[in-house]
Design a protein around this ligand. Structure first.
Ligand SMILES: Cc1cc2nc3c(=O)[nH]c(=O)nc-3n(C[C@H](O)[C@H](O)[C@H](O)COP(=O)(O)OP(=O)(O)OC[C@H]3O[C@@H](n4cnc5c(N)ncnc54)[C@H](O)[C@@H]3O)c2cc1C
Length: 306
């Protein structure tokens, strides 16, 4: 099988996950195409007009090579580009793919569906096909060229001719969630404003910024600016502690830059445990009581050392 991996951003943390999925499918000796942005491009974030430029270049690359499978990371630009690229090729697109295996001439895909609450199995038998692949947030694995003889392909960005001018609006005051090294995130599993306030109190004591999943904010436990995720803030914290969060893709999009993820959830099947570096099987109440006890026993001066 011929496969192309598309990494819209250099050093994309989803790169190793893409490679992990693709490697068993490759025909020996064929290698894999790696389509990357050109040097110095695609690193400044993701400007809307560039989607068009990328898509045009991807189309040209596809024409030349015609890989059967094109994998994008399940990041915001990856998802956007993957869906739009498949529409252009008129081929199937499957999102939130977690694993892949061969079934004769077909591929068996396992994917997250229904807001991450169910896993679906789909058999893919028409190619080419586009898949967006779930990676582990903060995956610090080896970079792709260290893993395999890939054939890199730079994607120079030239804006479409119809786009005469574009501007990016000035930024408002920075949201502390964007820059705080330590972030506490509360989800629906907190169950009440009272428990959310206890999490907020612990965050304050430890100098962490508090964020919420969307249901947390919609429950009135905090402000809309505190939503972490696809429709909220993206945090690049060193450490994120997520309490009562299931790990839905829309939330995970907001923490994909986090280095260490700690998850607290009483359900051992909660999807967030697949991404967490440390998982704590406990209710929010149990966890917060233990944390508060620990903080009360510590001298104030000891609190920032872990
Ligand atoms: C277009 C779109 C954009 C979206 N954007 C965002 C976004 O930016 N951010 C966002 O967060 N969501 C967003 N969502 C919603 C998203 O899909 C999920 O529904 C949401 O993230 C789930 O939030 P949650 O994990 O808090 O709740 P749930 O998925 O309901 O999970 C609650 C978790 O709490 C656990 N739990 C139960 N009891 C306890 C207890 N006693 N103690 C501790 N844990 C417990 C459960 O096991 C479960 O895992 C978006 C959805 C759409 C359609």
């Amino acid at each position: 099988m011929t496969v192309a991996l598309v990494l819209p951003r250099k050093g994309d943390p989803a790169g190793p996950a893409l490679w992990e999925l693709a490697a068993p499918l490759l025909t020996p000796g064929e290698g894999v195409e790696l389509w990357l942005p050109s040097e110095g491009e695609g690193e400044e974030g993701w400007e809307l007009p560039y989607h068009e430029a990328y898509l045009r270049r991807l189309e040209a690359l596809w024409e030349g090579r015609r890989p059967e499978l094109i994998l994008f990371p399940e990041t915001v630009p990856g998802h956007e580009l993957g869906a739009r690229f498949s529409a252009r090729l008129g081929c199937p697109c499957f999102t939130e793919v977690r694993s892949l295996s061969r079934e004769g001439n077909r591929l068996l895909l396992r994917r997250r569906v229904c807001g991450f609450h169910l896993e679906a199995e789909s058999l893919l038998e028409t190619f080419p096909a586009v898949l967006t692949v779930l990676g582990k947030p903060g995956n610090q694995g080896p970079s792709l060229p260290e893993l395999l003889p890939v054939r890199g392909e730079a994607l120079p960005l030239t804006l479409p001719r119809w786009l005469l001018e574009y501007r990016t609006g000035g930024k408002g005051p920075a949201n502390p969630l964007e820059t705080a090294p330590l972030v506490f995130a509360g989800g629906r599993g907190l169950g009440s404003l009272a428990l959310c306030n206890r999490l907020r109190g612990a965050a304050k004591t430890l100098g962490a910024a508090l964020g919420l999943s969307r249901p947390g904010a919609l429950n009135g436990w905090g402000q809309m600016e505190e939503i972490i995720g696809q429709s909220g803030v993206r945090t690049g914290a060193e450490t994120c502690l997520a309490v009562g969060v299931s790990g839905a893709a829309a939330f995970m999009a907001g923490i994909e830059g986090v280095r260490t993820l700690i998850a607290v959830n009483p359900d051992s099947n909660a999807p967030i445990f697949q991404y967490a570096d440390l998982g704590i099987l406990a209710t929010a109440e149990e966890f917060l009581s233990a944390l508060e006890k620990e903080l009360a026993e510590k001298e104030p001066g000891d609190r920032h050392d872990g």
